[in-house]
Design a protein around this ligand. Structure first.
Ligand SMILES: O=C(O)[C@H](O)[C@@H](O)[C@H](O)[C@H](O)COP(=O)(O)O
Length: 237
């Protein structure tokens, strides 16, 4: 358990001795879940987050034996910057996950061009109709403010994105830091995932989890919308 957090009983928490061990353990577990999905329904959908935390995990997962041609990969969110940009999540996934055998996976990007962020979000919403649902494996990160994906506190459409009846797969969001313009998958799509993994590193994020667990309002800390079954938390120093 992570510092004996008072987690809901149906939220297992795994503490790993170091980041590499966490990445390797997660990669093995995710690969097994993807293999099971392929065996069960012929394909597997994997949705990952960006940021810096998942890079070791991506490299470990790419090395896992898997029929990657049956895997569809997408993103929980994206910065509204063109693929290839250094801060694009698509750039990270293509550079660190879709390498070697894993390059055979089908990637559905979230970035879309457009005259406005809202127009791009509408195009992304349409493109995400191609993502097999429910998502088989969802890998979330978390910021120290309690955001996850690009569900940021204070973002104008946060309540809409967290609404269980939200009709959209993707909505435009505003982050507090550059690049502020973001595209996020919405809570109904994310929370329907069969396996949901929250991957966090460092003590500051344990403190964030403590704050999240001490309150109820997901508008204040959007991660609160996910802290229940079928979430698993994986933490490393
Ligand atoms: O686009 C992004 O940045 C991610 O999707 C975001 O939700 C990330 O998971 C958290 O901000 C944690 O980021 P770190 O792993 O870099 O701390």
């Amino acid at each position: 358990m992570i510092y004996q957090l008072d987690l809901p009983v149906d939220v297992p928490a795994h503490s790993h001795s170091d980041a590499q061990g966490c990445a390797q353990s997660l990669a093995a577990g995710v690969a097994e879940a993807l293999r099971e999905a392929i065996d069960t329904h012929g394909y597997a959908s994997l949705v990952v987050s960006g940021g810096r935390s998942p890079l070791n995990f991506f490299a470990s997962l790419a090395a896992q034996p898997l029929n990657w041609s049956r895997v569809v990969v997408s993103l929980a969110d994206e910065r509204w910057v063109a693929p290839g940009d250094a801060v694009s999540n698509e750039t990270l996934v293509r550079a660190h996950l879709l390498q070697g055998p894993a390059a055979a996976a089908r990637f559905i990007g979230v970035y879309q061009p457009g005259a406005t962020l809202e127009e791009a979000a509408e195009l992304a919403d349409t493109a995400l109709a191609e993502l097999p649902q429910p998502i088989d494996v969802l890998v979330l990160g978390m910021g120290e403010d309690g955001h996850t994906a690009s569900l940021f506190p204070g973002s104008p459409l946060l309540a809409a994105a967290l609404n269980p009846d939200c009709p959209r797969r993707c909505l435009p969001m505003q982050a507090p830091d550059e690049p502020r313009d973001r595209l996020t998958l919405t809570a109904p799509l994310l929370k329907a995932a069969r396996l949901q993994l929250l991957v966090i590193a460092g003590e500051a994020k344990v403190d964030t989890l403590r704050r999240a667990l001490a309150g109820n309002d997901p508008l204040e800390m959007p991660i609160r919308a996910f802290l229940h079954y079928p979430l698993e938390i994986h933490w490393s120093p």
